[in-house]
Design a protein around this ligand. Sequence first.
Ligand code: ADP
Ligand code: MG
Length: 351
Amino acid sequence: MTTVEFAEVSKHYGDVRAVDGVSLRVETGEFATILGPSGSGKTTMLSIIAGIAPPTSGAILIGGRDVTNLKAADRNVGLVFQSYALFPHMSVAENVAFPLKVRRVAKAEIAARVKEALALVRLEDYGGRKPSELSGGQQQRVALARAIVFKPDILLLDEPLAALDRKLREEVRAEIHALQRRLGITTLMVTHDQDEALSLSDRIVVLDQGRVQQIDTPFTAYHQPRNRFVAGFLGLANFLEGELQANGTSAVIRLASGERIACGAARSANGTVCGLLRPEDIRVSNGSGGRVSGKVKESVFFGESVRYAVALDSGFEIIAHVPGSRSKLPEGAHVNLDWEPDQVWLLPGET
Ligand code: ADP
Ligand code: MG
């Protein structure tokens, strides 16, 4: 059992509430990600688990055991940071061996464990090199090997891909995913990148100003966010705020600008609501039909897709993101927008 638990944890630096009353439990073997903007308290949360920064209040439990007062060295936790933090004067093998030496593991066993750990990140032939002789992606894989070589209970990753360029980021992301699945190690990663969080995690913890906004699977957090912050942080969003008018099976949100936005049969009573409609759930056509009409105000070419800003007849703006780009519509084109009413999600935390 290697769960990690935050029980009502807070960490204050003077007036700054870096972490503000966080309760959270990561299950055995789970890959959880803390996602939030810069300064939201992500690194502070990892430091608290690792024993680097004591909490102001609350408790940390690892495998059900209260470790709040244990020193960092007495917690069996593997850490990988954004900057590789390898020892530059040591070889790759010596870097990976370091945590074992500190733990006074026998020499012969060290050699075997280092070999095994380097094989796990597919760097078995690089033991003799210096970190400066490796690419950024390879250095980060060495850092991963060093973090797992002593068989930690928990793996903590703090923005492990942030310093890498796009192609290497893909490579190391795949490596982290494969390694985590193979070892089945309970993992808590920190990132400000929603794609990373969505693609790697079993569950995402969305953090803002030291407070948990939502804990859910990537699918649920993306499609059924609790509030505007979560919706907007995980992707592009159209927020449709207005009066909900529901009658039996059909419902509309009446915007202040006058449009009536079809949404799924509403779970809540009539009143002010905020609907979320993801841009990629909107179909754009220049024929007839559709639910609302408007004019392309801006169109942005992404190669694999096109993003349109469409001004409705009232002036209200909607973003639509359509796959493919061969039939990109020009700015100024008249368009009709259509969507499945069921795909409009009423944000429960906004009224
Ligand atoms: P993140 O990793 O999400 O960017 P941090 O956990 O590093 O955020 O920081 C959260 C908040 O706590 C920030 O406002 C930051 O300035 C503050 N903070 C972090 N560490 C310290 C420290 N050692 N002393 C004072 N303030 C700190
Ligand atoms: Mg940080």
